[in-house]
Design a protein around this ligand. Sequence first.
Ligand code: HEM
Length: 143
Amino acid sequence: MPLETRWFVKTSLLWLVAAFALGAIMLIVQAFGRSIPASIIVAHTHMAFVGWLVNFIIGIALWMLPANRERFPKNRGRYPSGAVWVTFWFLNVGLAIRVIVEPLAAPHTPMAATEVLLTASAFAQLAAIVAFVSVAWFRVRSV
Ligand code: HEM
């Protein structure tokens, strides 16, 4: 298994544990009759779907999609490492910023710092996915 794939998959497993832990806390809090702030539910959802699912899928896709040696002569035709590390760090740091900052910013208390951080998080996660697609696009072809 290539190094980059291991980083994506192991990071996805850490997000899975974190999403389940937060989900369990939310369930217990609800069981005791307290309501969960919407921003916490959003954090839980993104930890599960972006943190676990998207990281897991990207890691396996970079490993398993058909190689394209003409396009990517290094790494057995898999990818240029730089684009993949951009995907990894922008996706995970962007997500971490979101799940930490969004609950702090809610409800309706805009502060300059949170606005800047959430904007950075949005662009980082979008850039991560564009970097991934710029590789995956050329690997989806007949072998
Ligand atoms: C990969 C696993 C999981 C995924 C993808 C997931 C996804 C979601 C989503 C999409 C919501 C928002 C539902 C809505 O309000 O419309 C949600 C809410 C919630 N989840 Fe999870 N979840 C996962 C695991 C868990 C686990 C393991 C627990 C508890 C042990 C849990 C507890 C909760 C609770 C308490 C809510 C709030 C429900 C509400 O009052 O609206 N989740 N989850």
